[in-house]
Write a protein that binds this ligand. Structure first.
Ligand code: MG
Ligand code: MG
Length: 258
């Protein structure tokens, strides 16, 4: 069942997502060679709680931390650890959730650590572009397949591959609601989008092949060929004419100076 949100509920989702977006900006401030992913998690959890919210991921399905930290060939759901230190040339995808006033925010950003190879920067750029191309399709009267098709076309035309095993989702009172929002698909296929649907669009794009390995920790996924993977996510409200993006990269990119 798909829950359509009222205007008031969408404003509550915007607030949850603002906390997520600002949390990711706090994390951005301390990403550098030598920092552990556990330190990133600590900063995120403290910031979320200082803002009166609860980490949306902590304990979700048994997940042990407040953010997911996925380094290089890790795709999503990496677990922060005192044993994982960032190195010059790494990329790290940070996925964050915050729950307040009965609603979940959900957004992710892939960061660079020190000097990163041009070919990896291109992967990040294309993945972020594909997110916004997907969001352009999130308007009343379009279909779910239009979103995935826009993402898939953009990324595959550059020679990248789209992860199939994990996809976007509805977001609201639950972190994961209907409908499913794949990052691939055909134009005109799937359910019709309606005003008031709120969805998380989150392309996971691989530099090499799309196949994944699920690690033995029960959470982390990585590319089978160990080539890098990027992940960007916004929570958005479907509207008439133009999607309303509820999370924002503005705070992050101010920190990054881009
Ligand atoms: Mg997420
Ligand atoms: Mg999500």
């Amino acid at each position: 069942m798909i829950f359509l949100k009222t205007d008031e509920e969408i404003e509550l989702l915007r607030l949850s997502n603002l906390i997520v977006s600002k949390t990711l900006a706090e994390v951005a401030k301390i990403i550098k060679p030598g920092v552990s992913t556990a330190e990133l998690d600590k900063v995120a959890e403290e910031f979320i709680r200082d803002n009166g919210a609860v980490p949306g991921f902590l304990g979700y399905g048994g997940f042990p931390k407040s953010i997911c930290t996925s380094v290089n060939e890790q795709v999503v759901h990496g677990i922060p650890s005192e044993k994982v230190y960032l190195k010059d040339g790494d990329i790290i995808s940070v996925d964050c959730g915050a729950y307040i006033n009965g609603f979940h925010g959900d957004s992710a950003y892939t960061f660079t650590v020190g000097e990163v190879k041009k070919e990896i920067l291109d992967l990040l750029q294309t993945t972020k572009e594909s997110l916004y191309l997907g969001i352009e399709q999130a308007v009343e009267g379009k279909r779910i397949g239009d979103i995935g098709n826009a993402i898939q076309n953009h990324c595959e035309s550059r020679g990248y591959s789209v992860v199939r095993e994990m996809i976007g989702h509805g977001v609201g009172r639950d972190l994961h609601e209907s409908p499913e929002v794949p990052n691939y698909g055909r134009k005109g296929n799937g359910i019709m989008l309606k005003n008031g649907m709120t969805i998380a669009i989150e392309p996971m794009i691989n530099m090499g092949k799309r196949q994944l390995i699920f690690e033995k920790d029960g959470w982390t996924t990585r590319t089978a060929d160990r080539k890098p993977s990027a992940h960007f996510e916004h929570s958005v409200a479907v509207r008439k004419g133009k999607a309303d993006i509820l999370s924002t990269f503005e705070h992050i990119e101010k920190v990054l100076g881009i």
